[in-house]
Design a protein around this ligand. Sequence first.
Ligand SMILES: Cc1ncc(COP(=O)(O)O)c(C=O)c1O
Length: 414
Amino acid sequence: MTKLTEFSRKYEEFKSRNLTLNLVRGKPGSDQIQLSNNLDGVLEGNYISIDGTDTRNYGGLRGTPEARELGAALLGIPSERVIAGGNSSLHLMYMALELLAHRGLVGPPLLRNSNASAICPVPGYDRHFSMTEYLGFKMLNVPMDASGPDMDAVETRVQNDINTSLLWCVPRHSNPTGYTYSDETVARIAALPNLRRGQPDNPFYVLWDNAYAVHDFKEPAPKLANLDELAAAQGTEDRIVQFASTSKITFAGAGVGFISSSSTLLADFEGHLGMRTVGFDKVNQLRQARFLQNGKGLNAHMKKQGAIIGPKFEVAQFVLAKELGNLDPQIASWTEPTGGYFISLDVPNGNAKRVVEVAKEAGLALTPAGATFPYGRDPNDANIRIAPTFASVDEVQIAMELLTTCVRLVHAST
Ligand SMILES: Cc1ncc(COP(=O)(O)O)c(C=O)c1O
């Protein structure tokens, strides 16, 4: 039997099962969400924050002290330089990027130059890219490896191209590779804005989305260098904006987002916030902070979460290794994260779109091929993002068996 016949048969078997499987978005599973059900009722009628604020009332643009402490624990930054926001860090990123674009934050508006561009490490987070494009920036791909973005390429861009205005980063358990930036990479990123020293009209910013700061499911947990401390040593803190949230810790889309930067930039940001809102939802901030003991409860909570997520990644890795490992020649490669929400799979160039299509025809929904690249265009048509957290362990296993069958089928038919 030829390989094509073998995998066609296997594929038709999957198809005949009328499956409905989904490895699209990095949503927590219901088993994981349930770990935070005690958010409901945790306040026990006590709405008063430690500074005496009644959280049921208006005011307090920077958020409650407890929530800011929680944000500080996530980001590794003193709470005085953390603003606790609303339900989504992405919303804060959008606000910051929009301000950088049109109004400026401790600097001139970046989009007064219509060629302003953002450096986007690839593969990366689709929503960073769509937001950046939507707001009018051009985007430049820079490859990622296990130590982070290719810093030689990044530095060359920043140094030689005045239009280059910012760098997106997901520094820990990155989306979708799961990579964590090395100490050297973080140190070089902290120094990047200095490559524009003496050019106040052309500042360079780093947007540091630490979405997976505490999201480990397997040892060893990688240690991320503290960008804030390194930036202070370099004098670049006015050019670095950091984000985190509890969306993927407690309730997805119903957590608290955080933004941090230098005191100067935060004050500038707050000035804008005051034009936009009287304050975020402090009751939810208090609820999240009490539930996670102002950050002291993060470790224990994330261990429980890791125990639920870990087996889903384990089975995904098992199937990948069993079905696609040890092939000669090797036709696929994939990352093996110890945390975060994703696995990045590379199939032979030109095959990714087709694999996603045939998987869909057999009942498996995957993130569209190309989504992990700016403009939805993967120049090699090779990368597929796998998000195993939402499905059950059994579903992940079937989904991965189907996916690997599709990879082999498409390869055999080209
Ligand atoms: C890198 C990254 N940042 C931000 C988010 C969204 O965070 P939030 O729910 O706080 O807006 C996600 C969700 O997938 C993500 O992967």
